[in-house]
Design a protein around this ligand. Structure first.
Ligand code: TYD
Ligand code: MG
Length: 462
């Protein structure tokens, strides 16, 4: 306290140099306004020595010092791309996802590869034993990787280990299982999670290594989820899957050192996660093409266009209240489209069960899926197949109007690449799709959908 009072004892006038005890707007000696500054600061500039020092660190943008950041690729192409081209020193990456989705598998594969490339790596497993980790590594074909591993939960020990080992890349699997002694709250609580994350992040920044934090997405309540620490890290990736499917999508939700418009597509196989170079082929591989209720659409995921199959099944309801179910599509959007088709296209769907699904376990959140979904509903309701070599894309409004969508060229290119012959697109997109790689069939309202070339009549219409 004494110190503080000394520091702030009195003010000096920048004009006449008079000392006064209390600050006021006007100097009592020379009557000048706004000239009194705290004693100890430079009377002329009003800056303390500390502030003057600090100012040395403020630059005009072009003069600001730039670090040369060198990225280390882990060699798993899909992973490197989502990270923005590889790992950066001092960068903290949070990988979130449902339990069992493959977070540990992906990181074990990545770290084993990095370690094999003579980049010192440390894998801290807080959930599994070292033998479990070893068995998995052997199964993945990385049994001999020079990766440093340890099974440890205590934050203090982990921090000490990181200081001592000096890895260039480290994984904490998972952050929710790290316990901090200083915190009274139970393991897995929000305050534990935040404290442990803050300490580990500080350690990574100070020692300039890449840090991966694994976080399980949890049912709300019991355990704090990765959302709680998203703001503290540089990059947030989510690893997603639909249950029972082997497809996995790695998506960047935040990236201070790269784009968030990238996704990585993997397949979970016997030998671990494998990158998928051509996801469209995979998503369409099991399509029969002859059934009603199936329509293919190019959806844009990040910067990548993917072709996916949307399926609908409409059948008269046998048991009182009609059922409505969806997989991979927002069910409210589905309900809205059923109503729009009923009111604006004269389709009788009221007493029908209605199901919709995206094949392959992908989720589509884009409005561009409205048109293909509506077409698959029409196709199923009339039991007439949509031409198997056509694609469709477009947003549908409440009045049944079909609205233009973005990235049309990219979508058409992907469709052409996979051999599709015609695309049903919103009329409003014709201008933006000059010189299309495949012929276009423009539509402007849902009434036209029933007249499209269903059931092989496409040849005549097209
Ligand atoms: P895991 O990486 O443990 O998931 P997370 O860390 O996200 O909880 O993956 C668990 C699942 O992956 C498990 O159900 C088994 C499956 N799996 C394979 O199918 N092939 C493999 O080679 C491995 C290692 C796991
Ligand atoms: Mg795990």
């Amino acid at each position: 306290m004494k110190n503080m009072r000394e520091k702030h004892s009195g003010y000096r006038c920048g004009e006449c140099g008079a000392s006064v005890v209390r600050w006021s707007g006007k100097c009592p000696n020379c009557d000048q306004w706004d000239t009194l500054v705290a004693a100890g600061r430079s009377a002329r500039t009003g800056l303390s020595a500390a502030a003057a020092d600090a100012r040395e660190c403020v630059y005009f943008l072009p003069d600001a010092p730039q670090e040369d950041l060198e990225r280390t690729e882990c060699g798993i192409g899909e992973f490197d791309r989502v990270l923005g081209g590889g790992l950066l020193p001092g960068c903290v990456v949070l990988i979130g996802g449902d339990p069992g989705v493959g977070k540990s598998t992906l990181l074990l594969q990545a770290l084993s590869r990095i370690a094999a490339g003579e980049c010192k790596s440390l894998y801290v497993t807080c959930e599994e034993s070292l033998s479990q980790l070893g068995v998995r590594a052997t199964r993945l074909g990385y049994g001999g990787a020079p990766l440093r591993v340890t099974a440890e939960n205590s934050l203090d020990t982990i921090l000490a280990l990181l200081e001592a080992e000096k890895p260039r890349v480290a994984v904490i699997d998972s952050i929710q299982m790290v316990t901090a002694r200083e915190q009274d709250s139970p393991a897995g609580s929000i305050s534990q999670l935040k404290y442990a994350a803050a300490e580990l992040i500080r350690c990574a920044k100070e020692n300039n290594f890449t840090l991966f934090l694994v976080g399980h997405v949890t049912k709300q309540g019991a355990i704090a989820g990765p959302k709680a620490i998203e703001h503290m890290v540089d990059t947030v990736l989510y690893f997603e899957s639909e249950r029972f499917h082997t497809m996995r999508i790695l998506r960047a939700a935040k990236n201070r050192f790269g784009s968030i418009n990238e996704i990585g597509v993997f397949q979970m196989t016997e030998g671990g996660l494998e990158g998928v170079d051509n996801p469209s082929e995979l998503f369409l591989s099991e399509r029969s093409g002859k059934q009603s209720g199936s329509v293919v659409t190019p959806t844009v995921e990040g910067r990548r266009a993917l072709l996916v199959e949307i399926q609908a099944l409409i059948a008269p309801s046998c048991y009182g209240t009609p059922e409505r179910r969806t997989g991979g599509i927002d069910h409210r959007r589905f309900g809205m489209l059923l109503t729009v088709l009923e009111r604006r296209a004269g389709l009788k769907l009221g007493g029908c069960d209605a199901f919709a699904n995206v094949a392959g376990g992908v989720k589509i959140a884009e409005p561009s899926a409205d048109l293909p979904l509506a077409l698959s509903i029409v196709s199923s309701a009339r039991d007439a197949a949509f031409p198997s070599d056509w694609v469709a894309m477009g947003e549908i409004g409440l009045s049944g109007e079909i609205r233009a969508i973005g990235q049309i060229q990219q979508r058409l290119k992907e469709a052409a690449k996979l051999g599709f012959k015609k695309a049903v697109v919103p009329k409003g997109n014709l201008a933006s799709a000059s010189n299309p790689p495949i012929p276009l069939h423009p539509v402007s309202e849902v009434g036209e959908l029933c007249r499209l070339g269903f059931s092989g009549r496409s040849e005549k219409n097209g």
